[in-house]
Design a protein around this ligand. Structure first.
Ligand code: MG
Length: 204
């Protein structure tokens, strides 16, 4: 399986990092080794002094496909969960300055914790109005709604599948809203999907 991630998909997050609004989705990948086992803590790696949390809605791909047209995109994912796209921001800035790819800053071990459970798509009344938020030590830090995505789910799936075939079991991280910040040892991260606690993670 692979993890496909969308960057710069919320205007408020683009503004906080002073990035340009992209016309097409910005895409990068994380390997399977980025996943964290259920209940495992996240250990801050020694190569970064600034690991940022990015809470994101994550789609679970349920069938193989390529060149998927937008009207059929919704049939290619069957569940939505939460994930954290951990980012070594200091390393990413360095790579961006040099015009280099982001993998070292985005794809390292443990950089993609996901919620142990995903909610079936059928449980959502409106896919364009899904609320999610992240608490750090009980304090709300990030609040998002899928209606604010620059590129909605169908667009993402259609765009990605023109270049990269989707396979059953793949995960798609759909971008983070504003509020990203560095984590520190001892932090407790809690992600909520439509008010339901879905993801709990200790930072060590
Ligand atoms: Mg992200």
């Amino acid at each position: 399986m692979k993890i496909i991630c969308i960057g710069r998909n919320y205007a408020d997050h683009i503004a906080e990092l002073h990035n340009e609004v992209p016309t097409a989705p910005v895409i990068f990948l994380k390997p399977e080794t980025a996943l964290l086992q259920r209940g495992q803590p996240f250990f801050i790696p020694e190569f970064s002094k600034s690991i940022h949390h990015e809470l994101e809605l994550v789609l679970r791909v349920c069938k193989n496909g390529r060149h998927i047209e937008e009207p059929f995109a919704h049939t290619y994912f069957d569940a939505i969960g939460l994930g954290i796209d951990f980012t070594a921001r200091d390393l990413q800035s360095e790579l961006r300055t040099k015009g280099l790819p982001w993998e070292l800053a985005k794809a390292f071990d443990g950089s993609a914790p996901i919620s142990p459970t995903f909610k079936p798509v059928a449980d959502f009344a409106d896919l364009a109005n899904i609320n999610f938020h992240l608490e750090v030590n009980g304090e709300t830090r990030q609040t998002g709604n899928s209606g604010l995505m620059l590129h909605p789910f169908a667009k993402i799936i259609s765009f990605v599948s023109k270049y990269i075939s989707l396979k059953q079991g793949d995960l798609i991280f759909t971008g983070t809203p504003a509020g990203v910040a560095a984590v520190k040892m001892g932090d407790q991260l809690t992600g909520y999907l439509e008010g339901e606690k879905l993801l709990e993670l200790a930072v060590k």
